[in-house]
Ligand binder design. Sequence first.
Ligand code: ASP
Ligand code: MG
Length: 281
Amino acid sequence: MSNWSESLTVAKFGGTSVANFEAMSRCARIILANPSIRLVVVSASAGITNLLVKLGNEKLSGNERESVLQQIRNIENAILNDLGRPKQLETTIELLLEQLAEVAAQPDLISSNKLKDELLSFGERMSSQLFAEVMNQVAENSVAVSFEGRQLLKTDSTFGKAEPQVELTKNQAEKLLNPLLQEKVVVTQGFIGSDNFDNTTTLGRGGSDYSAALFAEAVSAFALQIWTDVPGIYTTDPRITSQARPISEISFNEAAEMATFGAKILHPATLIPAIRSGSKV
Ligand code: ASP
Ligand code: MG
């Protein structure tokens, strides 16, 4: 057994942490400095999911749709450019952007929660690919690999707010993820999963925290780290008011209560896997 396995740590990085090449590089250095971090869960780059929601929920003209797609392409291409556009990655991202444009053009998109989840999945699918390459460039070695998280996170078919199937997810992690974790740092996607028919599902906005907790449970991780651009849990959202004060310590129940009543720092369901497995926060 390698020395990291008793301290296996899952680390989740949110949208602002993977917003661009610079931010991704900072995260990569955090990960490389801690050999216990073997599984990395990323959100879509900041702004992408909002743009995808716009494509899925608003009745847009052809031009308007194209302009939203262009904003998405610009964000992804900026990261790809900073990486020097490695051929294989360029092909992968271009293909994902093409597929995304196809889903965005489906006539029944607005009325189909199933298609909307397919659409929403592209943000995380692109950021995870780009992030794995950033890690390899920062490490100057092939240390990381991106992994299709939809195979891992099995859910029911409640599109837009899917419920995880915990046992199945654990089985998938044991079968698919554990062997890979021996070899590489695995970068996967938060927020997205798949149902029993392999349709793409999502856990609801902000769901990457929850995904990370589910993955941590599935691989029996020693710790789960949720990295964010806010330095701690505050009495209220410090981006809204300067009166917000940091809370130095918080109980499980208080954190769950804050999340339930809308604090964005944690997705409300994130603590459930930890409670189930009896771990401490
Ligand atoms: N990208 C998704 C969202 O913006 C999930 C997440 O970031 O947690 O809601
Ligand atoms: Mg979040």
